[in-house]
Write a protein that binds this ligand. Structure first.
Ligand SMILES: *Cc1c(COP(=O)(O)O)cnc(C)c1O
Length: 385
């Protein structure tokens, strides 16, 4: 157990390969394992149930989140779906008002058909959460910062409220990663990740993770992981371990770039609104400071009406227009038509996901190059109108 995070990303979990001394856990590209006799095996039977490369990844994420049990999945949504399978007909889940679009979709279009209800709550306001708590609420599922307006929820307070009502506190920690925020230490019961984003970090894989402390909860999630089968393959497990090794250095650069870009956008006359938890004027700034290392790297902004956003997106040269976030390359997206398109228009308007909103995931390129690209695209989008 390495206590310093920068060391734990490299030496944590299961380090190397005991059989050969290889410093990297090998890619155990196998579906099955030869058994010595009936009922006799070396601890491995079938790779849906367990695979050494995946096990190394699971041990690593558990250590990084400060939890006892880690689980890996084929995508963030597979992790979320598996966790939501803990609930039964008649249960209700409270969710943040701007939760990831896919999380909303699986609750609305899949789980509702099985009798598991959801309710959208303003989790930035603990009193509002307390008010909507009914007997059937069995969990609160939050993101902080939440996608795409980067709203901050007090993880400690919401977890306390959940526990007073015998409900679970579930935190999607994708935007922060355990380097910047460790929800289990703030009282959450389950942490989930889209490891596709910062943990993988190179836009070359899709994966999900979940971490818990409680042994019973771990047993139930382990059962569901095997029963539902949403696991990652050995190669993606290996790639994710490899990505995580550089998490601390990458995040430092992502955040450093984000701070410079946020300062640039804040002072830009074309920018109507900016949402970045690292700015003192941001909603929840003090709460975020108390529960996370810094404001993270994700931000969203709106240009004034005289700037044409289609031209803005078309004019970008370095920054790519793409779904996803958290990769080494800078990405922008248009939440209303891309990541949050599955949320109905009226709901989007109500929570502030306007047609003019732009989400930016700064990469780890030179900050001035990113800023120059944004600047020239802003200029072009004004000229054309
Ligand atoms: C991307 C994302 C997900 C879904 O993860 P996938 O790996 O795409 O399935 C869930 N939550 C958040 C916050 C995300 O950004």
């Amino acid at each position: 157990m390495s206590s310093n995070f920068e060391t734990a990303v490299i030496h944590g979990g299961i380090y190397g390969d005991a059989l050969t001394g290889a410093v990297n856990t090998p890619i155990y590209q196998t579906s099955t394992y030869e058994q010595q006799g009936l009922g006799e095996n070396r601890g491995w039977e079938y790779s849906r149930t367990g695979n050494p490369t995946r096990t190394a990844l699971e041990a690593l994420i558990a250590e990084l989140e400060g939890g006892r049990h880690g689980f890996a999945f084929g995508s963030g949504l597979a992790a979320i779906t598996t966790v939501l399978s803990l609930f039964a007909k008649g249960d209700r889940i409270l969710i943040s008002s701007n939760v990831y679009g896919g999380t909303y979709r699986v609750l609305d279009k899949v789980f509702r058909h099985f009798g598991i209800e959801y309710q959208i709550a303003d989790t930035t306001d603990p009193d509002a959460v307390e008010k909507v708590f009914t007997e059937d609420v069995k969990a609160v599922l939050i993101e902080s910062p939440a996608n795409p307006l980067l709203t901050i929820t007090d993880i400690r307070k919401i977890s306390e409220i959940a526990h007073e009502h015998d409900a679970l506190s579930i935190v999607d920690n994708t935007f922060m990663t355990p380097y910047l925020q460790q929800p289990l230490k703030l009282g959450a019961d389950i942490v989930v990740h889209s490891a596709t984003k910062y943990l993988g970090g190179h836009s070359d894989l899709v994966a999900g993770l979940a971490v818990v402390n409680d042994d019973d909860l771990a047993e139930r999630i382990g059962f569901l992981q095997n029963a539902e089968g949403g696991i990652p393959g050995p190669f993606d497990s290996f790639l994710l371990i490899r990505g995580i090794k550089t998490l601390a250095v990458r995040m430092d650069r992502h955040v450093g770039n984000a701070e410079k870009i946020a300062a640039f956008l804040s002072e830009n006359k074309a920018v109507k609104n900016i949402y970045y938890p690292g700015l003192p004027a941001a909603q929840g700034y003090e709460i975020n400071k108390a529960q996370a290392r810094n404001g993270g790297a994700m931000m969203s902004f709106e240009l004034y009406e005289e700037y044409d956003i289609r031209t803005f997106f078309k004019s970008l040269k370095l920054v790519a227009l793409a779904e996803s976030l958290g990769g080494v390359e800078s990405l922008v997206c248009h939440p209303a038509s891309m990541t949050h398109a599955s949320i109905p228009f009226e709901v989007r308007q109500k929570v502030g996901i306007t047609e003019g909103l732009i989400r930016l995931s700064p990469g780890i390129e030179n900050a001035e190059d990113i800023i120059d690209d944004l600047q020239q695209a802003i200029e072009k989008s004004e000229a054309r109108k």
